[in-house]
Design a protein around this ligand. Structure first.
Ligand code: URA
Length: 222
C-alpha cells in the first residue's frame, strides 16, 4: 500500500504526518480523507467518519468502524454503541469532550438485509488501508494512552496478532510506542439482553476506562 494521497490515483505525494498537537494539520488531513479511495468501502458508504475531539488529548479511543447512524451523521459513536460508551465514560469519571474518539476504519461497511443496512466486519486489507489515517491521527493527538475498543481496533495498534482476552486488564506499549489499554467494543454490550450480564459487562468496560485514566495520571502527573 503506497502512502499516496487518496483520490489521486496513487501517484500523489504522501500526506505529511502532523506534529504532536497540530490540530490544524490534522484538519487538513481529515479534509483529504473525505476523498479517500484507499479501499473499496467508500463506494457504499455515505461519507468518511473521521475522528473527533481535542488535539492533543490525553486519551484516544479507537473503535472499529462507523455504524449505520454514524455513517449518516458523519460523527463517530453517536448511535447505540456510542450511548453505551458515553455511559461507561461518565461512570469512569472521564468527560467525553476531553478525549479524542475515532475508528480503525473510517467508512461504514455493510450489506443489505431487506431495507436495513447490516454491519459487516472490515477485513484486514481495509484496516491496513485505513491505518494511513490512524497514523496521522495518533501523531497529531499524541495521546498519553490509547484505548482499543474491540478486536478490530487491536489490529492497527499492535504488530503481533493478539486478542482482547490476552491483553485486557494490562497496559501494553502499542506499535505507536504509546501505553495502550484493550477492552471490548461497546456494541458487544448493546447486544446483551440479560440485565445482570449487561451490568457486569458494563462494569468491566468502566474498569478498563478507569485503568486508562489512572495510566494517564501516572504517565503525565495530571
Ligand atoms: N461502532 C464503532 O466502532 N464506531 C462507531 O463510531 C460506532 C459504532
Amino acid at each position: 500500500m503506497s502512502d499516496a494521497v487518496p483520490g489521486t490515483g496513487g501517484t500523489g505525494p504522501a500526506h505529511p504526518v502532523p506534529g504532536p498537537g497540530d490540530g490544524r494539520a490534522l484538519r487538513v488531513v481529515a479534509e483529504s480523507a473525505e476523498g479517500c479511495t484507499r479501499c473499496d468501502l467508500y463506494r457504499d458508504a455515505t461519507q468518511v467518519v473521521f475522528g473527533e475531539g481535542p488535539v492533543p488529548a490525553p486519551i484516544m479511543l479507537v473503535g472499529e468502524q462507523p455504524g449505520d447512524q454514524e455513517d449518516k451523521a458523519g460523527h463517530p459513536f453517536v448511535g447505540p454503541a456510542g450511548r453505551i460508551l458515553d455511559e461507561a465514560l461518565a461512570e469512569a469519571g472521564i468527560d467525553r469532550t476531553t478525549v479524542y474518539v475515532t475508528n480503525a476504519v473510517k467508512h461504514f461497511k455493510w450489506e443489505p438485509r431487506g431495507k436495513r443496512r447490516i454491519h459487516k466486519t472490515p477485513g484486514a486489507s481495509e484496516v491496513a488501508a485505513c491505518t494511513y489515517w490512524l497514523d496521522r491521527e495518533v501523531a497529531a493527538v499524541a495521546p498519553a494512552v490509547l484505548v482499543a475498543l474491540g478486536a478490530t481496533a487491536i489490529k492497527p495498534l499492535f504488530e503481533k496478532r493478539s486478542t482482547i482476552g490476552a491483553l485486557r486488564g494490562t497496559v501494553q506499549e502499542s506499535r505507536y510506542g504509546v501505553a495502550t489499554v484493550v477492552t471490548v467494543h461497546p456494541s458487544a454490550i448493546v447486544r446483551i439482553r440479560e440485565a445482570d450480564e449487561r451490568r457486569a459487562a458494563l462494569d468491566a468496560l468502566v474498569a478498563d476506562l478507569r485503568l486508562a485514566a489512572t495510566t494517564v495520571a501516572e504517565r503525565t502527573g495530571a
